[in-house]
Structure formats: structure tokens, C-alpha cells
Unconditional design. Structure first.
Length: 364
């Protein structure tokens, strides 16, 4: 699962990517600095994993991860190929969620591609380019579907109705994610098209250090502009995060954070939020060889969770032994949880909960 960082040139995308992944993507004060998408595999910060490590003292610990893709800056006209737009939009299409970076700080030393700071205008520029690309997609599909619909094909007629609804919305400047569909229509006609504006989005307001905890007037405007989008807004002082990231000493980093009123790096909150945006949750396996966080979709069943470890586990799933994370910590060990009667045996229909500590029994 990948989350793609998008935005106009020079809003802080590559600097943010460097903070998240510690990969050193080129970062410079001019547009089109990032030409190829940089991909970073980022550990998901999770204090529960540290606590399990403390209790089990395993030989190794493996955290959950999420892939972050740094996509080059889009410009007005990208949907028509401006500024390598077709390539960049193709990169966005391959991601599962969008992290939209908006510049919410003033700094005369960092040029803005449009000459002034206005996060709402920037957001609308990107939205329009993504919507235009989706409009191109839906029009191509409609051309094919209409021919079949005219022959009386009921399936094609149903699809035509859905596609026309999407076309009308996009022409009105409304993204696909803002529309409502029946589950059947969404699965059959919307999801297969991979509309870019159907992807979940988080707006990251890049502020200066002084606004890291409180935000500013720019952030207030963004929150107001997206209030009907069901989208998360995260405030992050990306430049400050980059400075903190350069410090090798843990105590120095904590002092720096305390000075600006933070108890942890904003990038940690961003990674966790991106994980949720991707509809992901974590379950754990805990043993002396390894304590590990595993990633599953929210709503996954026991067999599906087992399949993340190995497909044979899912095929031959018999049952799962499950301990709630809080019970594991409360009793201090698996054996004490068992003694207290707090270990549950769950079957194939069990829906995994975030934080479950699980052990699978299977037969292949």
C-alpha cells in the first residue's frame, strides 16, 4: 500500500519525504527538482511494539511499514501534459492515498511557482488537474459503454448511469470521493476505474516553526475549505522537522521538540495518520524469536490476517489464539494471560481488532 505526496513545486514535498524516510531526495529551490518518484518504506511508530519488546525480550523486533512516494510537483496544465504532467499523474494513479502538501508559510527566500502564497488557490489548482484527468478517463469509458447500452445491455446501462453521475460532478469541480454510490455500483463500476480523485486524501499544511502547534490564518482557511470533504488536515512545520531529523542525539531531539511545544515529531503523527488513511491496522505476533507488527486491512478476518504471514496459513486456517493488547500488558506474559482465562480462541469469521496479539493454528 502506497501513499503519494503531491502538491505544487516548492511547497516542501521532498523535504517532507526526506523527514519521513531518511532517504535523501534532491531538494532545491526550483520547480521540477524531483523528476522520478522517490519511494521510501517508512516504519510506523507504535509504542505498543516497544512495550511488547520489553515484556518478551525477543531476538528481533519488526515494525509495520508504509510506502511513501514523493511525486514531482504538478503545475497548471498537468492534465494536458504540461510540466511532465502525464507522467506525474500516472505516478499518482498507482498510489492508494494522497498526502496533499500545501504551503502555509511566508518566506521571500523560497519562490512560489505562482508568485504568492495562497494555499486555497494551490489546492484548487491541483484538484482541477486531478479532476480533469479523471474527466478524460470517464469520457473514454463512456464512449465504450454507451454503444453497449444502446443495444439494451442492462449492465452497460447501469454503468452508463454511474459514469454520467461522475462526469457531471467532475465538470462541476467535485471530486469522485465526495459522491455517494451503492456498494454494488462502487465495486462494479467506480473502483475498477481507479479515479485519482476517488483516493482518500490528507491535507498537510506546511507551516513555519512558530505555527507548529497552533497553526495560522492560512491553516484556518484550509480547514474551512475542506470541511465538507471528510478529509483530515495535519499541521506540520516541515523545515523544522528536517532540522530535528538531522540531530543524532535523542535527548537533543526531545529538547528541540519541547521548545516548540511538541511531545513527538509531527512526522510520526503523519505516518500513523497515513496508515489509517490507507485503511490499515496492526496485529502482533510475540515470541522469543521475534516480536512483529503485521499490517492488515481494517475489517480483515482471522484467515486473511494469517495469510499476511504466509498464504498457506490462510488456506489451512483452523483457528486463532487471540490476546487483547491491554490484557497482554496487564498480565505481563502469555502464560499469565492463559492462567487468567483471557486468551480467546477465534474461528474463521473473527474480525481482527487493532492491537490483537495472535497465534495461528493451521493445517496444509
Amino acid at each position: 500500500m502506497k501513499a503519494g505526496i503531491v502538491g505544487l513545486p516548492n511547497v516542501g514535498k521532498s523535504t517532507l519525504f526526506n523527514c519521513l524516510s531518511n532517504a535523501k531526495a534532491q531538494s532545491a529551490n526550483f520547480p521540477f527538482c524531483t523528476i522520478e518518484p522517490n519511494i521510501g518504506v517508512v516504519n510506523v511508530p507504535d509504542p505498543r511494539l516497544s512495550k511488547l519488546e520489553e515484556l518478551v525480550t525477543p531476538e528481533k523486533v519488526v515494525p509495520a511499514t508504509v510506502e511513501i512516494v514523493d511525486i514531482a510537483g504538478l503545475v497548471k496544465g498537468a492534465s494536458k501534459g504540461e510540466g511532465l504532467g502525464n507522467q506525474f499523474l500516472g505516478n499518482i494513479r498507482e498510489t492508494d492515498a494522497i498526502l496533499h502538501v500545501l504551503r502555509c508559510f511566508d518566506n521571500d527566500n523560497i519562490v512560489h511557482v505562482d508568485g504568492s502564497v495562497d494555499p486555497i488557490r494551490d489546492k484548487e489548482t491541483i484538484d482541477m488537474e486531478l479532476q480533469l484527468k479523471d474527466l478524460e478517463t470517464v469520457e473514454k469509458k463512456l464512449d465504450k459503454v454507451k454503444r453497449a447500452a444502446k443495444t439494451g445491455n442492462k449492465e452497460a446501462q447501469a454503468e452508463e448511469t454511474v459514469l454520467n453521475k461522475i462526469k457531471d460532478a467532475l465538470e462541476a469541480g467535485i471530486s469522485v470521493r465526495a459522491l455517494e454510490f451503492s456498494d454494488e455500483d462502487y465495486i462494479d463500476y467506480v473502483k475498477p476505474s481507479q479515479f485519482i480523485t476517488d483516493k482518500p486524501v490528507m491535507y498537510i499544511c506546511n507551516v513555519d516553526e512558530g505555527a507548529a502547534t497552533t497553526g495560522n490564518a492560512y491553516v484556518d482557511k484550509v480547514r474551512d475549505a475542506v470541511k465538507d470533504e471528510n478529509a483530515e488536515v495535519l499541521v506540520l512545520a516541515v523545515g523544522t522537522e528536517a532540522d530535528i531529523n538531522e540531530l543524532d542525539d535523542y535527548e537533543e531531539r526531545q529538547m528541540f521538540l519541547a521548545d516548540i511545544g511538541l511531545d513527538e515529531p509531527g512526522s510520526a503523527k503523519l505516518i500513523r495518520s497515513a496508515y489509517k488513511l490507507l485503511n490499515q491496522q496492526t496485529y502482533f505476533t510475540a515470541g522469543v524469536k521475534e516480536v512483529r507488527a503485521w499490517t492488515v486491512n481494517i475489517g480483515a478476518t482471522g484467515p486473511q490476517a494469517a495469510g499476511v504471514i504466509h498464504t498457506d496459513f490462510e488456506k489451512g486456517f483452523i483457528r486463532a489464539e487471540v490476546i487483547a493488547y491491554d490484557d497482554y500488558v496487564s498480565y505481563g506474559s502469555e502464560s499469565k494471560v492463559k492462567e487468567a482465562g483471557k486468551m480467546r480462541v477465534e474461528g474463521k469469521n473473527y474480525v481482527v481488532k487493532d492491537g490483537d496479539v495472535m497465534h495461528f493454528l493451521f493445517n496444509v
